[in-house]
Design a protein around this ligand. Structure first.
Ligand code: NAP
Length: 339
């Protein structure tokens, strides 16, 4: 009989957790037992997995007996508190939060970019899933890096509200409804109205004037690409889109790379679909990326302001490739090669 793995999903009721469950089903991950964990608010709630109804349990230190793989998307504090308990109980943790990403003993993995890093799980029993904006950017950068080596990246993001969880999706819906009905718009998740607006502010501001989200893109890119020399400057913007992050990426390479060569390399690279036919107004769109797992790349052009530069536009579903799918791909690597 084929080997199966007992899987716990911590944060099973959240935006990422719900998608995690669907992705495990869709990719037919070899699940033995499935265990759903969330806060005590959700204790006893029934969620479905394939044909099974599964009761949600409260996440606790003793939640992981018999679990082989524990996928966490219950927030950074919960990951800091409970991931070591899961690892101690013998599970390998795949963590979606920011808690462990920059720990030098914990691998930070995008399967299309650095699948070999998974082996580092042995140090602490934890693997970190990168930030959603970083994942889609490095998927697009990797084939170009291998050809012409990257010196510098300047990126501006256009990030969907689902990146802030369930409450933010509801906030945008409510604001649009209130606007249409002539009522006052209420903002609770964001410091300003998000409907019909763009907020150049994701996560907290740091002393250097960047936000923590922007610095995640700097530091995580270097770690995943295994090149501490890459220079990255990011501006992260929240836009009134429900799903899929878009990014305008400008790259300076060590060597010349033509737009047609870049298009050829990107077309062959894993996890990427080139969507780039300007004569028919075809380019990556958030609505087209939603609900699927590929990273869409288009508007590929040579930068007129520098010798070895390219500009392009990258779009991916932040909840799927930016979180759930990437985590399940890591679990697949663990299942195929390590457990
Ligand atoms: P969300 O929709 O707000 O869901 C949060 C989940 O965490 C829910 O299942 C919630 O359970 C659970 N939770 C909250 N407090 C808890 C507690 N004290 N004990 C146990 N469980 C608790 O948020 P999300 O967007 O899914 O994000 C979850 C995590 O994934 C965050 O760390 C986030 O940074 C990360 N992430 C999100 C994205 C994205 O694009 N959204 C991308 C990458 C990574 P209840 O329903 O019971 O409250």
């Amino acid at each position: 009989m084929a080997k199966t793995f007992n899987v716990a999903v911590a944060g099973a009721t959240g935006a990422v957790g719900q998608t995690m469950i669907r992705v495990l089903e869709e990719r037919n991950f070899p699940v033995g037992e499935i265990r759903f964990l969330a806060s005590e608010r959700s204790e006893g709630k029934e969620l479905s997995f394939k044909t099974e109804k599964v009761r949600v349990r409260k996440l606790d230190h003793d939640s992981f007996d018999g679990i082989d793989i524990a996928i966490f998307s219950a927030g950074g504090d919960r990951s800091l508190t409970f991931a070591p308990s899961a690892a101690k109980a013998g599970a390998v943790v795949v963590d979606n939060s920011n808690a462990w990403r920059m720990d030098p003993e914990i691998p930070l993995v995008v399967p299309e970019v650095n699948p070999h890093a998974v082996s580092g799980y042995k140090a602490k029993g934890i693997i970190a899933n990168p930030n959603c904006s970083t994942i889609q950017m490095v998927v697009a950068l990797k084939p170009l890096y291998d050809y012409a080596r990257i010196k510098r990246v300047v990126v501006s993001t256009y990030q969907a509200v689902s990146g802030s969880g369930k409450k933010a999706i509801v906030e945008l819906e409510d604001q649009v409804k209130s606007w249409a009905e002539g009522r006052t718009l209420e903002s609770k998740v964001y410091p300003h109205q998000i409907a019909f607006n763009c907020l150049p502010h994701i996560d907290v501001f740091l002393d250097n004037g960047y936000t923590r989200e922007e610095m995640k893109m700097v530091n995580e890119t270097r770690k995943i690409m295994e090149d501490p020399e890459i220079q990255v400057s990011a501006t992260a913007v929240r836009v009134p889109v429900f799903y899929s992050h878009s990014e305008a990426v400008n790259v300076e390479f060590e060597q010349k790379i033509s737009a047609s060569k870049a298009r050829e390399l990107l077309s062959k690279a894993p996890g990427i679909k080139v969507v780039d036919d300007l004569s028919r107004n075809v380019y990556p769109l958030a609505l087209d990326a939603e609900g699927q797992d590929l990273t869409l790349v288009g508007r590929i052009r040579e930068d007129i302001s520098q010798a070895n530069g390219l500009d392009f536009w990258v779009v991916a579903d932040n909840i799927r490739k930016g979180a759930a799918t990437n985590a399940v791909q890591i679990a697949e690597l663990l299942a195929e090669k390590y457990l």
